[in-house]
Design a protein around this ligand. Structure first.
Ligand SMILES: Nc1ncnc2c1ncn2[C@@H]1O[C@H](COP(=O)(O)OP(=O)(O)O)[C@@H](O)[C@H]1O
Ligand SMILES: [Mg+2]
Length: 390
């Protein structure tokens, strides 16, 4: 477990000046600690709250969708940090750490079902960090909270709770984990599932155990197309709301316990497009948001883009789900690699992939078309399986 300490030698001269704090607190060091102590000096915590609030309002301030009726964050259960007992670190990504929640002392709808498991996502991440990193992480977390409190789709994770006071909790409780979000625990990630599929594919079924026409690979194909279809449904829903997800990859997709419903999570990079009629209009965004392996050519090359950047990432991910191999990283000079498709894959699937990873933004399909064609393909595979099962 990491504990963050601020370079106190750099602090005295910087009181109350954002710029100065940004520079002077530029280096944080981490130390091993048995319990997760994440204290911050009060002035640094206050600056963290203020500068994060400023950049979050800048990003969400123009939002037509976020500022309206859709926002429900204030109605969600909220907790102080000390009302929640956390357990082990489950995992961390590029921006946040996710911990299991052991217990919640304040009664709420989250404490009604004793067996339901929740996780806490906070900004206590990585060994060495800077003040700039901290504000970026806190900003991502806040943006994620705002988006997820406004979205309602079966394949998108639900925000269950958050910290009392939101970003201001950094001020009332000067700790790195004072601001947090609460989600349902997802016991399986897409990365785990793809490993299982790869194992199943390697295990050859002896021919005397095979059913006459339906092969294990047909069932596997159907299961994998369904996963693609669920991700496509979530993206189609987001694109209808003019939201670009921007970080599609296996480690941001999980499965709920019980019914195993697919859930897309990690909305820290999501961005909303201006309300305009033309969904094909491209916009310039600062930097390259996302993960290189799944990045569309226009994002890699820092050119204007739109919701179709997600369509490209989706096609690469769908290829990975089918091939059960990691897609190649873009080569030198940011040359994207179009993966090979197997001759044995259904022709419709091959065509869907081709339409999705088309280099030219204008010729690339929208998620609506992809989702529709995948759903038809899935239904035909289910029917085939049923008929052959008779
Ligand atoms: N609800 C959850 N249940 C279980 N594990 C989770 C959950 N959310 C995230 N994780 C794990 O934590 C990792 C990091 O979370 P994520 O939300 O993707 O943060 P980051 O923004 O840092 O990428 C995920 O890749 C996943 O392994
Ligand atoms: Mg992630």
């Amino acid at each position: 477990m990491m504990r963050f300490t601020v370079r106190r030698d750099l602090l005295p001269a910087i009181a109350n000046k954002t710029e100065a704090v940004l520079q002077a607190c530029d280096t944080f060091t981490s130390a091993e600690s048995s319990d997760s102590e994440h204290e911050l000096p009060a002035d640094v915590a206050a600056q963290l709250a203020d500068s994060t609030l400023k950049s979050v309002s800048k990003r969400l301030g123009n939002s037509e969708y976020m500022s309206g009726r859709a926002q429900t964050i204030s109605k969600l259960p909220h907790f102080k940090r000390d009302e929640i007992e956390i357990g082990n670190l489950i995992d961390h990504g590029g921006f946040a750490a996710v911990y299991e929640i052991k217990s919640i002392s304040k009664p709420s709808e989250l404490t009604v079902h004793k067996k339901k498991r929740y996780v806490m996502k906070n900004a206590t991440q990585t060994e060495t960090t800077t003040f700039q990193h901290l504000t970026t992480r806190a900003k991502h977390l806040a943006i994620e909270g705002h988006f997820l409190s406004s979205l309602d789709h079966e394949n998108i994770i639900k925000l269950r709770g958050w910290s009392t006071g939101g970003l201001l909790s950094y001020k009332s409780n000067p700790r790195l984990d004072a601001f947090f979000l609460i989600f349902d625990y997802l016991p399986e990630m897409l990365t785990d599932r793809m490993e299982r599929w790869a194992q199943e594919q390697r295990q050859r079924v002896p021919f005397w155990l095979r059913r006459p026409r339906v092969t294990a690979s047909d069932t596997l194909l159907c299961e994998r197309i369904k996963v693609g279809l669920d991700i496509a449904s979530a993206l189609e829903y987001l694109h209808d709301k003019r939201i670009i997800y921007r970080d599609l990859k296996p480690s941001n997709v999980g499965f709920q316990s019980g019914n195993g419903t697919l859930k897309l999570f990690d909305f820290g990079l999501a961005v909303e497009l201006p309300l305009q009629d033309d969904l094909d209009q491209a916009y310039k965004f600062p930097g390259r948001a996302g993960t290189r392996r799944y990045m569309s050519p226009e994002v890699l090359l820092e050119r204007p883009y739109n919701v179709k950047a997600d369509v490209y990432s989706f096609s690469i991910l769908l290829w990975e789900i089918m091939a059960l191999r990691k897609p190649k990283l873009p080569g030198a000079h940011l040359q994207v690699n179009i993966p090979n498709v197997k001759a044995s894959w259904p022709a419709e699937l091959k065509d869907i992939l081709k339409r999705g990873w088309c280099m030219d933004l204008m010729s690339r399909a929208h998620m609506k078309e992809i989702r529709y064609r995948l759903s038809r393909l899935h239904s035909s595979l289910v029917t085939k399986e049923r008929l052959e099962d008779l």
